[in-house]
Write a protein that binds this ligand. Structure first.
Ligand code: 2AM
Length: 178
């Protein structure tokens, strides 16, 4: 059964800019550049037989292309116990609508989805217990560090868990309406 998620991928140039947000934090495991993405929906393990029906439904989703504006860096769940270091984006109603449509399509197949509002973020690192001052350097970077991102498509990815970490591969790309 493939382990699936739906995400926005970035150009090499944008991924390179994300790389510049890295700070030397002991214990931080930075996401490989080529794996940087913005998760729109996590599906988990999906029956093989369901995948063609799922892609058919995703293909029927209509959304105009949109722009995402970098909104600085942050961490989950909070700066006292950081587990995930991320780069965020300003609220974008078209992104919210796209995520709502994706969630609806996915739930049609009995795949549960988060009912909470999505926090648009790109996970840059996973971390255990950093020194606070180094975390602050990461958290207080300029919002101007990244140019706007033009979004023209979303992608269904398979994530294979290997001993060397997760390996992502494209199952199908879905173009937004132009
Ligand atoms: P995140 O880093 O933005 O939270 C591929 O595995 C992506 O799916 C991850 O980068 C992660 O996105 C998200 N993901 C992984 N496991 C998940 C889970 N159990 N629940 C929700 N999202 C998950």
């Amino acid at each position: 059964m493939p382990r699936l998620f739906i995400a926005i991928d970035f150009s090499d140039e944008i991924k390179y800019r994300f790389e510049h947000l890295r700070v030397d934090i002991p214990g931080a495991k930075w996401v490989f550049n080529k794996q940087i993405h913005l998760t729109l929906a996590f599906l988990g393990d999906v029956e093989n037989a369901l995948v063609p029906r799922l892609t058919e439904s995703l293909d029927k989703i209509h959304s105009p292309p949109f722009q995402l504006q970098h909104a600085g860096t942050g961490c989950f769940p909070d700066p006292k116990r950081p587990r995930v270091l991320w780069a965020g984006f300003e609220p974008q109603p078209l992104l919210n609508r796209l995520v709502a449509k994706i969630r609806t399509a996915v739930m049609t197949y009995g795949i549960p989805q988060d009912s909470r509002a999505m926090v648009p973020h790109v996970t840059l690192a996973r971390i255990k217990a950093p020194a606070v001052c180094e975390l602050n350097t990461f958290l207080h970077q300029s919002k101007a560090a990244l140019p706007p991102v033009e979004v023209h498509e979303f992608i269904l990815f398979e994530s294979r868990l290997t001993s060397g970490g997760a390996v992502h591969s494209v199952v199908q790309t879905f173009k937004l309406d132009s």
